[in-house]
Design a protein around this ligand. Sequence first.
Ligand code: FAD
Length: 430
Amino acid sequence: MSNTLDKIAEVPQRLITPETLPTLILGGGFTGLFTALHLSRQHYTTPTILIDRDWSFIFKPLLYEVLSGEMNMQFISHRYDALLHKSGITFIRDNVQSIDLQQRKVSLASGLHYTYSNLVLSLGGVVSYSGVKGAKEYTVPFSTIEDAMTLGKQLRDCLQRATQSETLQQKKILLTFVILGAGRTGVELTATLADLLPDWYDSLGGEISDIRILLIQRGKKILKGDDDHLRQTAEDALHKRSVSVKVMLETTVTEVRPNIIVIKRNDQVEEITAATIIWTTGIVTNPLIDTLSIPEGGRDRQGRLKLTDTLELIDFPEVFAGGDCAVMEHPLPLTAQVAYQQGAAIAHNLQALSEGHSPIAAEIEMRGTLMKLGMNESVAKIFDRYEVQGHLGHLIRQAAYIELLPTLASNFKGTLEWISDELFQRCVGV
Ligand SMILES: Cc1cc2nc3c(=O)[nH]c(=O)nc-3n(C[C@H](O)[C@H](O)[C@H](O)COP(=O)(O)OP(=O)(O)OC[C@H]3O[C@@H](n4cnc5c(N)ncnc54)[C@H](O)[C@@H]3O)c2cc1C
């Protein structure tokens, strides 16, 4: 009984701020964009502003396709002004510089300031180099569209130069590709490269057996956090690519220098020479989240914001958060499918508050895993029960992502259904 009364008592407190103050959404990734789209669909009447430092939303799960040339950039990159056209949501392209939760004030790099009634923190994460000396300077990250373009250029450059290298040693360095981190991104990227690089090198007249691909992981297994069956499927896939992948487990990177990576394994220090060293590990919370003045206990050990089950900050009920910068009581993987469902739940609760109702607990379903395991090969694990591999898995992933992408840009309703219920219904129906 007292719980119910507490909840009712909370509602007026949230509505103290004058209605004219906007709801601000900081970050237009999976959480922020889907919050905005759902608010629009719900005809949310509070003025709403979405702020992102980029002009376009990037569909990160398909970055591999941009790298490999399987897909054009325009399929995975969608301008916010087009996506939000006639949605009633204002888009501001700017860099968020500071957030003052106590004063309810957000400042942007351009000098603009906003005071808000409600705030949505959806700023995602950033790459961390975990203090490894030289990692930032001498490795290539793989997290943004710019990273994918830079890496593609670097790979082609190495292959081309290898065809005319003057010494065997130089050729070996140019044809050695090291991927650091065997989480999902590391594994998907490695599998893609193990098909792509031989294909490109063959077309340059090179000998594909000269290519070496190393996947380095500090832990005892790849895909930590995934189930053994999926892990086995991924390991099998890595071994049967066009060039074999050497997986080095329990190997710690201690330093990176130009064309050299220093590793430690079995208490031995070794050096590997490679012209391409790719960093796929260590996503940490956006630095802006670290600057927030939040009472002790408001963050987890990684610095992510702890949320109530309604996706609000414990000490700031007018502030919602989701995606890679936040953590629920039962932590969920840092994935797009979690982030976009949280976006929908945040929109629902903002609407509830604006109508004087209490917010409700967010229910996030883990609906499946789609992983690219090479060119034209994927695994689709649906509702953690059915696993479809190989070309059929690839077709499911294609259907899920690619075929629905054009709808994203052209059809507002389609946008909401995209990768959500419709997608996973389709997968189950295959
Ligand atoms: C290569 C790669 C492959 C992936 N594959 C998959 C997959 O297959 N399946 C899956 O479920 N997940 C996948 N993920 C993870 C998924 O993309 C993330 O979990 C998801 O994007 C998190 O959503 P988010 O809203 O928290 O953050 P993001 O989507 O990262 O969005 C954060 C937004 O905040 C903006 N921003 C950040 N700082 C500022 C600032 N200071 N000012 C203004 N704007 C700012 C950014 O521009 C960005 O648009 C992949 C990630 C990567 C990198």
